[in-house]
Design a binder for this molecule. Structure first.
Ligand code: ADP
Ligand code: NA
Length: 327
C-alpha cells in the first residue's frame, strides 16, 4: 500500500549554499516523486544555539520558500515548520526517557558543538539527537537521506526505536539510511579540503543560493586552485576537483566528461564556465523564490495546510505511543 515514507529537514540558520542545494535539496526534489516526503524546516533544532527571533523567523520562511521553489510539490508531500507540529516536542520527551546519557555522551556532534558554543552548552544541545529521532519516528519514516555527519544520529534513532519496540511491540518503523545516488559534496572555494558551509565566516568560501550573477562569477574566479595548470580530477588538486564537481553537478555531466571538455584549457576559462553553469542553475530557482515571496497568501496557505497535514500523521503515532506508555 502506497509509497514509502521519507523524512528530512534542514535548519534555517545562515544562508543556504550551493552545497546545500547540490548535496541535498536537489536530491530531495527527485526523491519527492518516489516517496511520500516530509520535509521540515527544523526550527526547534535551531534554538539549541542562540538566535535572533526576527532573523530566525525570516530565514525559516525563506527556507520553506526555497523548498517550494526547488520544485517539491506540496500537494503530494509535506513541507512544514517543525515548531508548528507539537508532536515533535511531545514524542521527544517520551523518547528522552528511553535514551541513555551514555549514548548521548558518545555523539561526536555534541562534542564539536559544545566546543564551538562553550558559553551555552544547554541540555537541548545534548538531547538534540533525541529530537531528531522524534522527527523521524513521528512519521514512521522508512528512509532518511543523511550525510555522513548525521549517520551517528540515525544510528541512535534506530537504537531508540528498536528499544521501544522491544518493550511495547511494533510501534515504530525502524528507519534506514537512504542509499542511492547521493548528491555531490561541495567544498569551500577558499579551503577546498573543507566542505562548503552556510556557517563559514568567509563569504567568498561559499556561493549562496541567492547570490547574483556577478557575485557568483567573481567567487568562482577567486576560487583557490593550484599551480599545476591542468584540469584533472584528482585528490592532489582539491580546488580544481571541487570546481569539476560543481560544473558536473550543474550540467549533469560526469567529472570525466568535464575533464575532457576542458582539456588543454586554462583555469581562467574553466572558472568562468563554472560560474556560468552555476548561474544557469540558480537563476530559475531565484526567480521562482521571488515569485513565491510576492504571493504571501499562497505561502501562508501552504504553511497552514501542510502543517495540519503533518500534524495529522504525527498525532497518529503520538497517540499510539502515549497509550503504550500509560497516558
Ligand atoms: P551547513 O554545513 O551548510 O550548515 P547542514 O549541516 O545544515 O549544512 O546540512 C544541510 C544539508 O545540506 C544536509 O543534508 C547536508 O548533507 C547538506 N550539505 C551541507 N553542506 C554540503 C556540502 N558542502 N556539500 C554537499 N551537501 C551539503
Ligand atoms: Na512524494
Amino acid at each position: 500500500q502506497g509509497k514509502k515514507v521519507l523524512f528530512s529537514g534542514m535548519q534555517a540558520t545562515g544562508n543556504l549554499t550551493l552545497g546545500n542545494y547540490l548535496g541535498a535539496l536537489k536530491n530531495w526534489v527527485s526523491l519527492s516523486d518516489e516517496y511520500e516526503c516530509f520535509y521540515s524546516v527544523v526550527d526547534m533544532h535551531s534554538i539549541t544555539v542562540r538566535q535572533d527571533p526576527a532573523t530566525l523567523r525570516k530565514r525559516a520562511r525563506a527556507l520553506l520558500t526555497l523548498y517550494l521553489a526547488a520544485g517539491i510539490d506540496p500537494e503530494k508531500n509535506c513541507i512544514y515548520y517543525q515548531s508548528h507540529v507539537s508532536g515533535h516536542a511531545e514524542l521527544a520527551w517520551i523518547l528522552n526517557c528511553f535514551t541513555y546519557m551514555g549514548e548521548l555522551n558518545r555523539m561526536t556532534q555534541f562534542k564539536d558543538k559544545s566546543a564551538k558554543h562553550a558559553d551555552n552548552i544547554n541540555a537541548g544541545l545534548f538531547t538534540y539527537p533525541v529530537l531528531m529521532a522524534a522527527d523521524i519516528l513521528l512519521f514512521q519514516a522508512d528512509v532518511v537521506p543523511v550525510g555522513i555527519d548525521q549517520m551517528q544520529h540515525l544510528e541512535i534513532t534506530r537504537d531508540i526505536a528498536q528499544r521501544f519496540n522491544n518493550i511495547y511491540g511494533e510501534v515504530f518503523t525502524v528507519p534506514e539510511a537512504y542509499i542511492g545516488k547521493v548528491g555531490a559534496k561541495i567544498m569551500s572555494l577558499q579551503e577546498p579540503t573543507k566542505k562548503m558551509s552556510k556557517s563559514d565566516e568567509n563569504p567568498n568560501a561559499s556561493i549562496y543560493l541567492m547570490d547574483d550573477a556577478d557575485t557568483i562569477l567573481r567567487k568562482c574566479k577567486r576560487a583557490v586552485t593550484d599551480s599545476e595548470g591542468a584540469i584533472r580530477y584528482r585528490e592532489e588538486q582539491p580546488g580544481v576537483r571541487n570546481l569539476i564537481d560543481i560544473y558536473s553537478a550543474c550540467t549533469g555531466k560526469t567529472p570525466e566528461e568535464t575533464v575532457g571538455e576542458f582539456e588543454g584549457k586554462g583555469y581562467g576559462v574553466f572558472k568562468e564556465a563554472v560560474g556560468e553553469a552555476v548561474v544557469s542553475v540558480l537563476r530559475p530557482l531565484q526567480e521562482e523564490v521571488r515569485r513565491l515571496e510576492k504571493d504571501k497568501t499562497y505561502l501562508d496557505e501552504i504553511i497552514k495546510n501542510n502543517g495540519e497535514k503533518a500534524g495529522y500523521f504525527a498525532n497518529k503515532t503520538l497517540r499510539k505511543v502515549q497509550k503504550k506508555v500509560g497516558f
